[in-house]
Design a protein around this ligand. Structure first.
Ligand code: SF4
Length: 452
């Protein structure tokens, strides 16, 4: 696209940036990948919020949730009409569904120009050049063992954002029987620690104060790196270099939660008192069939150690109900685990099949209505526990980081334990650490007043 500009009374011809529209499905890691795509293409493309205005549309897909492929086809059905009215428009699909379906996507949607998996997304700039030279239907869905995550400058946080995410590793080697991730994101690959520190440094320079490290299984960070740094080692490096930030991480596998990592919650000032530790089930029989490599007892022991080291720690979890073969007794064990641990929050889902996974081949599926009943009951119990857990802050003063304006014109802030606090105050407080008196607890949030 050419445009004319006038400079010192001379008319110059320059190339205006093309317009990029990214549609992101799914998890935080995908959001982060979309930001990295935008960052990679920044020299030639600016972002547009309107698909209708775009010269390039990329759909970044996720197959963690159900019916991801179906949702993609229905979206592409709408996007291909844009391509028909603007043949210069480039259309690409990235991420996990692209990895799973691969070149077959071109047969279903011939208007598509390219398909890249989670490892292939770094080749998008080269793919665009090849498309400009007239090549068609380009795909990059190789998953290679020697893949390394290239360095890209930190995505610019949105104006006023005080929180940011930094991917430290991608892929997974665990093969939980219900999960598609190892098949679509490949084997675990960790980023060099210097790249991570550099990226955090850029974010901090732009005003970020709360950093969450991301990965499918952050606890096993460092595998395959020559530098010999493991996850506690990485946390210590970040803590030493950026003592002013709040540091968090997700997601942790309970089997890889070492004593040294638990100790970090007691030793590192930057590390916030919050751990998301997905247990998935309270039944040893189900955990075994899920291939989780820990027992209920081992999980409970880790929770106990965490609370010894850091008595105020917030522990949240993920749960699956109605996994194939889950009996009423297994389910009751999950409920009793909830009572025993008393999570601040639990993200619970009915089991849903992912084609290609081991559990998809299990014959003893739980009927849909049983799964629904179990989920409803579990959520009722957990909601009550969550409310009581949040209630422990009532009447206390907590330090919060003010993040922005939330619902009803109130300020939205966050405790170190990851509880959202709503309170009155001016937008000039965004980015500040404040002491707040907690008046009451609601489901999933707290209400407070600033202590002057
Ligand atoms: S640890 Fe299990 S659930 Fe998590 S990404 Fe890996 S295979 Fe999936």
């Amino acid at each position: 696209m050419k445009s004319l500009v006038r400079e010192n009374d001379q008319v110059l011809t320059t190339s205006a940036p093309k317009r990029l529209h990214i549609i992101t499905f799914g998890c935080q890691m995908n959001e982060y990948d979309s930001q990295r795509i935008a960052q990679m293409l920044m020299a030639s493309h600016c972002l547009t919020p309107q698909a209708e205005d775009a010269d390039l549309i990329i759909v970044n897909t996720c197959s963690i949730r159900e019916k991801a492929e179906h949702k993609l086809y229905s979206l592409l059905g709408r996007l291909k009409r844009l391509k028909r009215s603007n043949p210069a428009l480039k259309l690409g699909v990235a991420g996990c569904v692209a990895q799973q379906v691969g070149k077959k996507l071109f047969a279903k949607v011939p208007e598509l120009d390219f398909v890249v998996g989670p490892q292939g997304l770094y080749t998008i700039p080269q793919i665009l050049e090849r498309l400009d030279k007239g090549q068609k239907h380009i795909s990059d869905t190789e998953l290679t063992k020697d893949f390394t995550i290239p360095y890209i400058d930190a995505p610019l946080p949105k104006k006023g954002d005080v929180r940011a995410y930094v991917t430290i590793m991608q892929g997974c080697d665990n093969f939980c029987t219900y999960c598609i991730v190892p098949y679509v994101r490949g084997r675990e690959v960790s980023r060099p620690s210097d790249d991570i520190l550099r990226e955090i440094g850029q974010l901090v320079a732009q005003g970020v104060k709360d950093v969450t490290l991301l990965g499918q299984n952050v606890n096993s960070y460092g595998k395959g790196l020559d530098e010999g740094v493991d996850f506690p080692g990485l946390l210590k490096k970040i803590d030493a270099n950026f003592p002013q930030i709040r540091l968090r991480f997700t997601t942790s596998h309970p089997k890889d939660l070492s004593d040294e990592l638990i100790g970090c919650f007691g030793n590192l000032g930057t590390l916030c008192e919050h751990l998301h530790l997905p247990v998935q089930s309270g039944s040893n029989r189900v955990l075994k069939r899920m291939n989780r490599h820990y027992t209920r007892e081992q999980f409970l022991e880790k929770v106990q150690k965490l609370r010894q080291v850091c008595p105020d720690i917030t522990i949240t979890t993920d749960l699956i109900v109605g996994f194939p073969g889950e009996t009423e007794e297994d389910y009751q064990e999950t409920l009793s685990l909830l009572e025993q641990v008393r999570f601040d929050q639990a993200f619970a889902f009915k089991y849903s099949e992912r084609p290609g996974t081991a559990a998809a081949r299990f014959k003893d599926k739980v009927p849909e209505e049983v799964k629904s009943k179990r989920l409803t009951k579990l959520l009722e119990i957990q909601n009550q526990i969550g409310l009581e857990q949040y209630g422990r802050f009532q009447g206390k003063v907590c330090e919060v980081l003010v993040e922005g304006c939330g619902q009803g014109g109130k300020l939205s802030a966050r405790t170190r334990g990851n509880h959202v606090v709503n309170m009155e105050g001016g937008s000039d407080l965004v980015g500040r650490l404040m002491n707040v008196y907690i008046e009451r607890a609601c489901h999933h949030s707290l209400v407070g007043t600033i202590v002057h």
